[in-house]
Write a protein that binds this ligand. Structure first.
Ligand SMILES: Nc1ncnc2c1ncn2[C@@H]1O[C@H](COP(=O)(O)OP(=O)(O)OP(=O)(O)O)[C@@H](O)[C@H]1O
Ligand SMILES: [Mg+2]
Length: 298
């Protein structure tokens, strides 16, 4: 059974679109450059869980950084439509079109930054949790930046800690009685986390402010299979179970995870003999049956 509300490829469900792109990275010291090419239109619809795959160094993180408005495309003449649809009011389902290409062309950095802060969430390879803050405070960062009330913030963080299995006391034996927030992992500093805990906190932080688009770069590389499945399950349902479903864009080298969770696979490959990487394939499949995906039947 296909989820009734998600991934309808109709115009009113488009969230993000990039028709074409050429973006060149230049390393002046080493006198090297690398160009990322998108010649196949990328169109992402409400509810999409997108997997971006390709060998190391072919330009995946660079493409993510363009789609996530972290970098300006170097040559806007090569950029076709680059559009983002955003809710026109916080809780409504009306939408407005933002012409990203035009915003970059006008160098409207304030607009770009505001879109990035409100509409996008990131859990990237570089790891950007703030070491001097606790888990709790890190997950709150996007909420503070977006002006959430403290009560709502507390409730949201508590909910996410539960969903990403981050509620157990660090030294607590399995099966021991419930602990309060004050002595849980939530109060730990980031440098006390294991690699797997770090990744789950990064995911909780990426989604905390309910962004329309969540970008994750190898988000489960430190998790075992079961934890990886749980984390992606949570990520997918958080993005889909919204008034207006959002999208998740995941870079991964893990074909099994991509096949299991993604309904749209984008592949990149290096260009032979050239310092370039191309989007070579974009394949959309049906959403998987909900029972397999862990989504509720309805
Ligand atoms: N500033 C730069 N100048 C020139 N080339 C760069 C620069 N930064 C990165 N590169 C090169 O651009 C290419 C694409 O890098 P990118 O990080 O996007 O690859 P990736 O597909 O994400 O790789 P991985 O799977 O290893 O994370 C790489 O070959 C990299 O060496
Ligand atoms: Mg990368």
């Amino acid at each position: 059974m296909i989820h009734p509300d998600v991934t309808r490829t109709t115009p009113e469900n488009v969230i993000l679109r990039l028709d074409s792109l050429k973006h060149t990275l230049v390393d002046r010291d080493k006198k090297q450059c690398f160009t990322v090419n998108v010649a196949k239109p990328l169109e992402f619809y409400a509810g999409d869980f997108i997997g971006l795959l390709g060998p190391s160094g072919c330009g995946k993180t660079t493409l993510l950084s363009i789609l996530g408005l972290l970098r300006k495309p170097t040559d806007l003449d090569y950029v076709g439509r680059f559009e983002l649809y955003v809710p026109s009011e916080p809780k409504g389902d009306a939408r407005e079109l933002v012409d990203i290409r035009d915003a970059w062309a006008r160098n409207d950095v304030r607009r770009i930054e505001s879109l990035r802060r409100t509409q996008m969430g990131f859990a990237l390879q570089s790891g950007e949790l703030v070491k001097s803050l606790t888990v709790n405070e890190n997950i709150q960062v996007p909420l503070r930046l977006n002006g959430w009330r403290s009560d709502d913030m507390r409730e949201r963080v508590q909910d996410l800690l539960g969903q990403f299995s981050l509620t157990r006391h660090r030294d607590q034996k399995p099966g021991a009685s419930e602990t309060t927030l004050s002595n849980t992992l939530a109060q730990s500093r980031i440098n006390r986390l294991s690699g797997g805990e770090y990744q789950r906190v990064s995911l909780a932080r990426a989604v905390s402010h309910k962004p329309s688009v969540v970008f994750v770069d190898e988000p489960t590389s430190a998790l075992n299979r079961e934890l990886a499945h749980n984390a992606l399950e949570v990520l997918r349902s958080l993005q889909r179970e919204r008034t207006m479903p959002g999208i998740t864009f995941m870079i991964t080298h893990d074909e099994e995870l991509a096949t299991r969770f993604c309904n749209l696979i984008v592949r990149m490959a290096p260009r032979r003999g050239e310092p370039e990487g191309d989007v070579v394939d974009v394949v959309r499949t049906e959403c998987q049956p909900m029972a397999e995906n862990g989504l509720e039947n309805s």
